[in-house]
Design a protein around this ligand. Structure first.
Ligand code: UDP
Ligand code: MG
Length: 353
C-alpha cells in the first residue's frame, strides 16, 4: 500500500549522478549531550586536534540537553577558550532527537555533521565524509560494521529494531546506522521544514532521498560514561519510528477485524449446527459467552488503543508547540575563526580524492 515498500533500497539504486563541489566554507558539527562529563575531556581533545585538519572553517554546536552534571560548565569553558565552539543549552531534557534538531536549527554550515558525544562514532571519519561531500553526495552516513562494547541486550534489541523497521516500515532504511552523518545544506534546510514532534531523524533523512552514501566503519565502545538510552527511551524511539512512517498498525486493525468476523461466523455456524442436530443436549453456555465477550472487548480495546496512538499524534501536531526551548547560549553569533593557518596535511586529497 505504501509507496516506500516498493522503493528500491539505497544500495540497489542506479549509479549516482554526482556534481563535484568545493569544500564547504563552513562545516557545522552538531553534538547533543546529556550528562557527558566523563567523556567530555576526551571529546574536546580529539575534536580540537581534528578541527584544523579539515581545511575549512568549523563550528561545533554543543547542545546540552539539560544535563545534571558538569557538562554545561565544561561546554562553557571550551566556548570561552574557542569561539568556534557554540553552546545551546535547552531548558529541560528534550531527548536525543530533539536536542540534535535544536543543533541543526542553529547550524550555519554548508555541510552539517551530526555526532554523538560519546565518541562511539569516530570523528576522524568526518574527513572522508567531506571527501564524499566534495564528490557531490548530499548525505554520507556512517554504517557500523560491528559494535564494540555493547551489551548483548543492546545488540539484540538493535537488531530486532532494524529487522522490524526494514520489513515493515521504511524498507530502504540502511541497517546499522545511527544519526552519525554528514548532510549538505539543502538536506538540512529541508529537514528543518519537517516540524513533527516525534522525530526519527535517520528515517526522515532516508525519506528525503538525494544522493546518499554509506561509509562503513567499526563502532568503538563508548569513550566514557554510561549509555543515556534507557530501554524506555529505545522503545519510545522505535514507536516513533513506526508511527512516523507507517499506517501499518491502523491497517492491522482491519486484518484483526476481518479475522474476528471470520471466527465469529464459524462460531455461529457451529452453534446453529448443534442446535439443529442435537437440540436436546444443546445448552447455551455461559463459558462460551464469557470467552466471546472478553475476546471481543479485547479486540475493540486494541483497536481503540491503536487509533488513540494516531489521534494522540494529531493532537500534539495540532498544538504546534515549539520543538524545543533554549535556556542559554554562548558564541552563537560569533563569526567563525579563520581557517587554520597551517594547511591541513591532506588538503589536496580532500579537494581532489
Ligand atoms: N542524549 C541526549 N539526550 C538524551 C539522551 C541522550 O542529548 O536524553 C545524547 C547523548 O549525550 C549522546 C547521544 O545523545 O551524545 C546518544 O546517546 P547514547 O550514546 O547514550 O545512546 P546509545 O549510543 O547508547 O544509543
Ligand atoms: Mg552512544
Amino acid at each position: 500500500m505504501r509507496s516506500e515498500s516498493a522503493a528500491p533500497t539505497l544500495d540497489e539504486r542506479q549509479p549516482a549522478r554526482l556534481v563535484p563541489r568545493p569544500l564547504p566554507k563552513l562545516l557545522s558539527i552538531v553534538i547533543p549531550m546529556f550528562n557527558e562529563e566523563d567523556v567530555f575531556p576526551l571529546l574536546r581533545e580529539r575534536l580540537s586536534k581534528l578541527k584544523s585538519t579539515w581545511g575549512c572553517a568549523v563550528e561545533i554546536l554543543l547542545v546540552d540537553d539539560c544535563s545534571r552534571d558538569r557538562t554545561p560548565a565544561l561546554s562553557m569553558d571550551w566556548a570561552q577558550a574557542d569561539r568556534d565552539i557554540k553552546v545551546i543549552r535547552l531548558s529541560r531534557n528534550f531527548g536525543h532527537q530533539i536536542a540534535t534538531t535544536a543543533g541543526l536549527h542553529f547550524a550555519r554550515g554548508d555541510a552539517v555533521v551530526m555526532l554523538d558525544a560519546d565518541l562511539q562514532d569516530p570523528p576522524e571519519l568526518i574527513g572522508q565524509m567531506l571527501r564524499d561531500y566534495c564528490d557531490g553526495y548530499d548525505v554520507v552516513y556512517g554504517q557500523r560494521i560491528d559494535r564494540e562494547g555493547e551489551t548483548a541486550f543492546k545488540l539484540l534489541t538493535a537488531r530486532f529494531f532494524y529487522l522490524l523497521m526494514r520489513r515493515l516500515v521504511v524498507r530502504n532504511l540502511p541497517e546499522n546506522t545511527g544519526d552519525f552523518r554528514l548532510m549538505s545544506r539543502r538536506v538540512v534546510d529541508h529537514l528543518k521544514r519537517l516540524r513533527e514532534h516525534d522525530r526519527f531523524l535517520r528515517g526522515l533523512v532516508t525519506w528525503m532521498g538525494y544522493e546518499q552514501k554509506a561509509l562503513p566503519y567499526h563502532r568503538d565502545a563508548r569513550g566514557a560514561g554510561q549509555t543515556k538510552y534507557t530501554l524506555l527511551k529505545m522503545i519510545h524511539l522505535a514507536t516513533n519510528a513506526i508511527l512516523s512512517f507507517s499506517d501499518l498498525p491502523l491497517r492491522m486493525i482491519i486484518w484483526l477485524g476481518m479475522l474476528t468476523v471470520g471466527v465469529s461466523a464459524a462460531l455461529i455456524v457451529f452453534v446453529l449446527y448443534k442446535y439443529v442436530t442435537d437440540p436436546a443436549r444443546f445448552v447455551p453456555g455461559y463459558a462460551s459467552l464469557a470467552i466471546m465477550i472478553s475476546f471481543f472487548s479485547g479486540m475493540i480495546l486494541t483497536a481503540l488503543g491503536m487509533l488513540g496512538l494516531y489521534v494522540g499524534r494529531i493532537y500534539t501536531e495540532v498544538l504546534s508547540r515549539p520543538l524545543f526551548l533554549v535556556a542559554e547560549t554562548a558564541n552563537l553569533g560569533a563569526e567563525p575563526a579563520s581557517v587554520a593557518a597551517e594547511p591541513p596535511p591532506d588538503a589536496e586529497s580532500v579537494l581532489r580524492p
